[in-house]
Design a protein around this ligand. Structure first.
Ligand SMILES: Nc1ncnc2c1ncn2[C@@H]1O[C@H](COP(=O)(O)OP(=O)(O)O)[C@@H](O)[C@H]1O
Ligand SMILES: [Mg+2]
Length: 354
């Protein structure tokens, strides 16, 4: 049987570019070679698409784009091509047909439905969520509204747009009355904790809001949920399976960029919860996955405390190294990383065939 031709997309115009390189390095290293012929495509931080024929180590150390054999490329939206168009140095083009794509891209311009839209136009099956669910999960306000409407609890919140900044004093009153301090101020669309502030006093609110607005035009203010941070991996299209929920043991003020990637907070799987609560987390994660119309995979993050189970956010392309939480939680449920990659591509092909 011939191998599946798989495009692996990495990098991207996103604050999570570096995180994507690490995820992609792990995917490239562990994808079963006997089943897949891999075509790596890197997207630079400024948005250049390059076909990358070099060693995967150069993806890990970030030097990939300096490889002399990189050539400009794109995914053509033209369905008769269904593949990667390479722009060769002699001015000609060549096209490689592919069977599926794995967008190993985090955050904006990759996890948000944009690349998914291109792949839909191109008629190329791809790993993960489709356009609508990717876009909805990328926007924390939209996610919360849909979840609340389905009866899934999220932290009490309010939100406003850049154009409403003049009304900040009125919002301050609402925040003091309904949310209290500390509260969390976040851009609606971002990731890796960038632009997020834990605001302890009203005087700090304006700066936090202005910072969040540098990342997005929409800002969310949330009540601080004091409790455990628990995550749950979901895999599947309609028949869903979950990983064993895990827990972040962050010692910093909150799980910020530094705690995630620099000092690296310890994590445990399973989360330190009763069997009944672990079960409730898994069931809620599956329901949320279905409510948002997710397919393939998502990591669903919660706060668990006296208030019960409160859903924080849905990551449709979560950090995806072999030691990321998603992989660890699936591994604990009996699915090792290599097999996970295989299953994800199968799910992509299965969805496209429907
Ligand atoms: N409402 C909240 N209550 C308590 N902690 C929060 C709240 N919102 C965010 N945090 C903290 O901030 C971190 C990042 O926020 P999150 O909404 O997950 O954004 P990101 O998409 O950047 O991961 C969380 O992991 C958590 O530690
Ligand atoms: Mg998060």
């Amino acid at each position: 049987m011939s191998r599946i031709k798989l495009a692996v997309l990495f990098g991207g115009v996103s604050s999570e570019y570096e995180v994507s390189l690490q995820s992609a390095y792990n995917v490239l290293q562990n994808i079963p070679q006997e089943r897949y012929e891999v075509f790596p495509v890197g997207i630079t931080k400024s948005g250049r698409w390059l076909y990358f024929p070099g060693s995967y180590e150069m993806v890990r150390d970030g030097s990939w784009k300096t490889h002399p054999d990189c050539v400009g490329c794109s995914i053509s939206p033209d369905r008769s091509r269904r593949g990667i168009v390479k722009f060769l140095p002699d001015g000609t083009t060549s096209c490689v047909k592919i069977d599926a794509a794995f967008p190993v891209l985090h955050g904006k311009n990759g996890e948000d439905g944009t690349v998914q839209g291109l792949l839909d136009l191109a008629g190329i099956p791809y790993v993960g969520c489709g356009v609508l669910s990717s876009a909805c999960c990328m926007d924390k306000v939209v996610t919360k509204v849909l979840l609340e409407q389905a009866g899934i609890q999220t932290a009490p919140f309010l939100w406003f747009s850049k154009g409403d900044i003049d009304r900040l004093d009125a919002y301050k009153k609402e925040i003091a009355r309904d949310l209290g301090y500390p509260c969390f101020v976040k851009p609606a669309n971002a990731g890796s904790s960038v632009g997020i502030t834990k605001v302890k006093r009203e005087e700090e609110l304006r700066d936090a809001v202005l910072l969040a607005f540098t990342h997005d035009d929409k800002v969310l203010v949330e009540k601080a949920m004091v409790g455990q941070e628990v995550e749950c991996a979901v895999l599947g299209n309609r028949q869903l399976i979950t990983g064993i929920p895990g827990e972040i043991l962050s010692e910093s003020e909150f799980y910020d960029y530094d705690a995630k990637y620099v000092s690296q907070s310890p994590t445990v799987v399973p989360a330190r919860l009763s069997p009944a609560l672990l079960d409730q987390v898994q069931e809620t994660a599956k329901r949320a996955f279905a409510v948002l119309g997710c397919t393939g995979l998502s990591r669903i993050d919660f706060f668990v405390g006296e208030f019960g189970i409160c859903l924080n956010e849905i990551n449709t392309l979560p950090g995806f190294t072999s030691i990321s939480m998603y992989s660890k939680m699936m591994e604990a449920a009996g699915i090792p990383y290599g097999e996970l990659l295989d299953r994800l591509v199968d799910l992509a092909l299965e969805r496209a065939a429907e």
